[in-house]
Write a protein that binds this ligand. Structure first.
Ligand SMILES: C[S@@+](CC[C@H](N)C(=O)[O-])C[C@H]1O[C@@H](n2cnc3c(N)ncnc32)[C@H](O)[C@@H]1O
Length: 331
């Protein structure tokens, strides 16, 4: 006889979901994925290389096997393909700094019951506070997330062969898109609007990539900074729409339509949810982050973007998957 009664296993794993944040953040903090990649494959070796207790190393390895980031075979451990691609220090796609940062953010979730009652942040507002130091920590930690999306957008738009184009990046953060696009196209130029402290970080990172001479920054609030008229071939709005409400997104899209040359393209990158709000999983959950940190943000539906871009004067809209994000390209 088969027993189809549900077990508590899945619910218990969710209730204790913070264990995963802790184990992944601590493993990143001690560069475990990097040591595994370099060939250390037992708890004893990892403990020695990382300077941690062997009991601690074994516990982290057990947790990492549990979440599928590390594989074990006859007592030897190795990174899963995902861990190898996204958690090894020094790789352009490495999210290990982000894993460390999220471990620090975990305590903030204790406010969620109050936040849902209030419908927005009850303390530690982030998004609406001008020039908030929060961004300094976050922009470099999230830069790697944008590598696949920036690469895909460059392919879709044929940026490498587009000649002497000019690009506007609104809220460009680390400047990761400009870095990738300016490297791909040696005739392109890019302008980033962000807060001065963030622009300083971006200028340093773009100098390290050797493209700073084609990178300009404008410091200030993008809600009020003039974008100009018919000045740019490509405009970018990456991971900004989720911090804004519908009215502000429409207003920015309209100003970007004006700032683009005729035929120019707006690239939006964000966590889009399906129109019936049934998925995908990551964007659905990300709405909680925006409830905690912004007064009006959220994860918006494909139909929202379509409607807002139409109101802003764009006539062609296409969607391109860059999981867990989606690129929206509008002309
Ligand atoms: C989530 S980060 C996204 C960074 C980058 N676009 C990316 O995709 O990696 C948001 C960025 O927008 C900037 N930002 C947020 N609100 C802003 C505002 N009102 N004016 C100017 N910049 C702002 C922050 O400083 C930060 O660099």
């Amino acid at each position: 006889m088969t027993d189809n009664r549900p077990t508590p296993d899945g619910v218990l794993r969710l209730i204790n979901g913070y264990w995963a944040t802790g184990v992944v953040g601590a493993a990143a903090g001690h560069s475990l994925f990097t040591h595994l990649e370099a060939g250390a494959d037992t708890a004893a070796e990892l403990a020695e290389r990382a300077g941690i207790a062997e009991r601690g190393a074994q516990t982290l390895l057990d947790g990492l096997v549990s979440v599928g980031l590390v594989q074990v075979h006859e007592g030897r451990y190795r990174n899963s393909p995902e861990a190898s691609a996204y958690l090894v220090d020094g790789k352009p796609t490495s999210l290990s700094n982000f894993a460390k940062l999220k471990l620090k953010h975990m305590a903030g979730l204790a406010a969620l019951p109050d936040v849902v009652r209030a419908g927005g942040p009850v303390r530690d507002a982030v998004v609406e506070v001008a020039d908030n130091p929060h961004w300094e920590e976050i922009v470099t930690a999230i830069a790697a997330q944008s590598v696949p999306a920036a690469t895909l957008a460059a392919e879709v738009l044929g940026l490498a062969d587009a000649g002497a184009i000019s690009i506007l990046d609104v809220g460009g953060g680390s400047g990761v898109y400009s870095g990738i696009w300016l490297e791909a196209n040696p005739a392109a130029r890019s302008t980033q609007i962000d807060w001065e402290r963030i622009n300083t970080i971006a200028r340093r990172l773009l100098a390290e990539r050797g493209v700073a001479d084609r990178f300009t920054t404008v410091s200030g609030d993008f809600h009020t900074t003039d974008f100009g008229t018919a000045r740019y071939d490509v405009a970018l709005y990456s991971h900004i729409a989720h911090q804004e409400g519908p009215e502000d997104n429409i207003a920015v899209f309209s100003r970007l339509r004006t700032a683009l040359k005729p035929g120019g393209a707006l690239v939006v990158c964000d966590y889009l949810v399906d129109d019936d709000r049934s998925g995908p999983a990551f964007p659905l959950m990300f709405a909680a982050e925006m409830l905690l940190k912004s007064k009006q943000g959220g994860t918006w539906r494909r139909s929202d973007y379509q409607e807002w871009l139409g109101k802003a004067g764009f006539t062609e809209v296409s969607f391109h998957s860059a999981p867990p994000a989606t690129l929206v390209i509008a002309r």
